[in-house]
Design a protein around this ligand. Structure first.
Ligand SMILES: [Zn+2]
Length: 118
């Protein structure tokens, strides 16, 4: 802890793109934790070069599947969706508790039925 590092300063070595193209990887201009990027640190790949590795292609394919699954689930018929807090919303046009898009939290409807309200 108290002993200083042998080198006075850390020199930034030009990191090479991990795809094996031999070109230097760019320095990240912003931190993106999800992508493993740290501002000021070299990125792992040049832009798009992660797609040259099997892992990169697999990750991109998984992202595409997740996107399509989300899109189809939000567009499915029946007027049901999940709000940001995890409540199930159901379409109930004209309901006194409905929001501006005519959605009501399902547990409220269930409780109304349970209480025998009209
Ligand atoms: Zn590359």
């Amino acid at each position: 802890m108290s002993t200083p590092a042998p080198q006075g300063r850390v020199t930034q070595l030009p990191a090479l793109c991990l795809c094996g193209c031999g070109q230097p990887a760019p320095i990240s201009t912003e931190t993106r934790a999800a992508r493993g990027q740290i501002k000021g640190q070299p990125a792992r790949f040049r832009r798009g070069h992660n797609m040259r590795t099997p892992e990169g292609r697999a990750a991109m394919a998984a992202r595409g599947r997740a996107f399509r699954a989300r899109a189809s689930s939000s567009a499915r018929p029946g007027g049901r969706k999940i709000d940001r807090e995890g409540y199930v919303l159901v379409k109930a046009p004209g309901h006194p508790l409905a929001d501006c898009q005519s959605y009501v939290r399902e547990h409220r409807l269930a409780m109304e039925r349970h209480l025998g309200r009209p």
